[in-house]
Write a protein that binds this ligand. Sequence first.
Ligand SMILES: [Zn+2]
Length: 277
Amino acid sequence: MRKQYTIKEARTYQGIGLHSGKSVNMRIIPAPVNTGIVFIRTDLPGKPAIPAKISEVSDTRRATSLGWGETKVHTAEHLLAALFVQGVTNLYIEMDSVEPAVADGSALPFVELVQDAGIVAQEAAVASLKVTEPVWVRQGDRYLVALPYEGFRISCLFTNPHPLIGAQYADFEITAEIFHKDISPARTIGFMHEVEALQAQGLGLGGTLDNVVVYDHEKLLTPLRFNDELVRHKILDIIGDLSLIGPVEAHIVAVKSSHALNTELARCIYERFCQTI
Ligand SMILES: [Zn+2]
């Protein structure tokens, strides 16, 4: 059974939120065993805490939001993926706004932040949810399947009608090293034709060419880090969303994943296999 981990020393990080466009000061702080990952909204009266758990998911449009009423955290998934893959199970994340910093649109700055803080093992174990038979969720032509597997692996196919994208497929065994090098640098993707509609819904307000890979009708406005950056980022999002149920032993096969389906699969795995813990 793997150990629980926290960080050695607190670290701070500043930036703006991708969807809210609001500036945020964040502080990651070591936490005792069995705390879990807990966001703390220091800007709200009483500094309410929001645990990063599947039961707290309240919105999955474009990003995964946790919490209820005013006490919310938007777009938690990139930071959560970086913590999860490095094995950090106990952490307080203080924030004075509704959304963690978008940073460069990827999870790499959060991997580096945690590595700079240092990771320490704690005197307690964390159990994995073991998928022992296939489970799946689907919505039209989008679906995710979790298959029995020793380890954690994600195969993902994503398609987009844009002439520069088409179909992208990637398959990774998810380890801290592979995540750091091949997945965490992959950034959020956006399309110029969607910007107005998104902003009308109050989303994407902090998006710029520095933190989103942007395509207009025919061309790419941001140089890519990987030719298949879109599908790698989709894998990053799946990891962040599945982290809400803790470590999972499974092979996830995803076709046109979405935050709604990722969190639905997480719920499904949790409900079906929680007795395997
Ligand atoms: Zn994302």
